[in-house]
Design a binder for this molecule. Structure first.
Ligand SMILES: NC(=O)c1ccc[n+]([C@@H]2O[C@H](COP(=O)([O-])OP(=O)(O)OC[C@H]3O[C@@H](n4cnc5c(N)ncnc54)[C@H](O)[C@@H]3O)[C@@H](O)[C@H]2O)c1
Length: 360
């Protein structure tokens, strides 16, 4: 089998395969779970149209059924879990059935959570088809659905059997979806891998030109950061929290805009700049390092500021972040490029100054 394998240390360790093909998954599964097992593919209609045939081509020795879920974040719901349960029962699924989550983070989170609940848990494979899912959501075992009271409120740490990443699926991904994954990649670089940041800077033009070879390299390096952090801290008690860099600010912005007119990548981009300004004020970043981040984000067309927002409203929204601890806002700040720290003593006044730097 071609491609690269990185192992994630976990209570239940699992491999992340990078640069493999959808057609070859069957070969791997035959050795891992044995031939003839029941597989349930969970995917979106557009992804089914593009990639289901390729996936199924490699699965002739399995019994394969497919559950199609409409696109959209709102599909991460308990209602959808209930519908998947009915459909799985109708297909004769049992605890030995293996779920194949073919899609982006929505499918990965939903199908993974479904797998964790159905008959008290069945195995599942993450098959990410967005850059964000490849470098971020498919790795680390977090699965969840949303609740009217908040995003990802119902979930679990439930490691997959494996992550199976075929980079060629990126060829059909719209650019604005690619940007969501690029924002997370810049985040990985700033918190843990200065070389990755230099790589992205050096190749920004070719990344925009969507050269496949570059995406292989970029996604492999970016995934490696996530693998390292979740391997060291599976349940987010320490270093895994670094992955929240830019997200406390970004989530507040997304929530204030009711998730309309702003993508997750745009929120994270502005959020990283705000957090970096706060880090600079604390002497953790130089002016040149702040500028380096801003220039890189701008070169991809990611926003580094926003108009007409009320900073106090955003601070109030940050107060509702589920990562906060005992009423104190928990923030991740970069320390130079390539390191990060978690701070629990940020005063609202300094958070206000950071917001004001990105509100025009
Ligand atoms: N579990 C985690 O650790 C974790 C981490 C980060 C984000 N998330 C979750 O991930 C979700 C966002 O994931 P996402 O950004 O991948 O969005 P997504 O899953 O909604 O996918 C974005 C869009 O791209 C389409 N698409 C996917 N692959 C395609 C391809 N190869 N070609 C063409 N179109 C394709 C999808 O159908 C969808 O319309 C959120 O729900 C978020 O909460 C989870």
């Amino acid at each position: 089998m071609q491609g690269q394998r990185i192992d994630v240390a976990s209570e239940k360790p699992y491999p992340v395969f990078l640069g493999v093909t959808l057609e070859n998954l069957g070969e791997y599964l035959a050795t891992r779970i044995g031939m003839g097992e029941h597989l349930l593919v969970v995917t979106h209609p557009n992804i089914a149209e593009l990639y289901l045939d390729s996936l199924k081509k490699g699965l002739p020795s399995f019994r394969v059924d497919t559950l199609i879920v409409p696109q959209g974040e709102e599909e991460k719901s308990l209602e959808r879990i209930s519908e998947l349960t009915s459909a799985a029962i109708a297909y004769g699924a049992d605890r030995k059935t293996v779920v194949l989550a073919l899609g982006g983070g929505v499918i990965g989170d939903l199908a993974g959570f479904f797998a964790s609940m159905f008959m008290r848990g069945m195995r599942y494979v993450q098959i990410p088809t967005t850059l964000l899912a490849m470098v971020d959501s498919s790795i680390g075992g977090k699965v969840a659905v949303n609740h009217p009271a908040g995003k990802n409120l119902l979930g679990d740490f439930y490691p997959p059997l494996a992550v199976w990443t075929d980079f060629s699926t990126l060829e059909t991904l719209p650019w604005e979806e690619m940007l969501n994954g690029l924002a997370e990649t810049v985040k990985h670089a700033v918190i843990a891998d200065e070389e990755l940041l230099s790589f992205v800077e050096r190749h920004a033009q070719d990344i925009k030109a969507r050269k496949p070879e570059l995406y292989k390299e970029l996604a492999s390096r970016s995934s490696a950061v996530k693998v390292k952090l979740v391997s060291e801290d599976e349940t987010e008690q320490g270093k895994r929290m670094f992955l929240n860099f830019g997200h406390s600010f970004g989530h507040a912005l997304e929530a204030e805009m009711a998730y309309q007119g702003i993508t997750h990548g745009q929120g994270v981009s502005i959020g990283m700049v705000a957090a970096t300004h706060l880090a600079q004020e604390r002497g953790l970043m130089s002016n040149a390092e702040v500028q380096r981040l801003i220039n890189l984000l701008k070169s991809f067309g990611l926003p580094v500021s926003i108009k007409g927002k009320n900073p106090q409203t955003l601070i109030d929204l940050m107060g509702a972040d589920k990562k906060n601890y005992q009423g104190q806002k928990v923030l991740v700040l970069p320390k130079g490029i390539g390191q990060a720290i978690v701070v629990r003593d940020a005063k609202d006044e300094e958070i206000m100054r950071a917001w004001k730097k990105v509100i025009k």
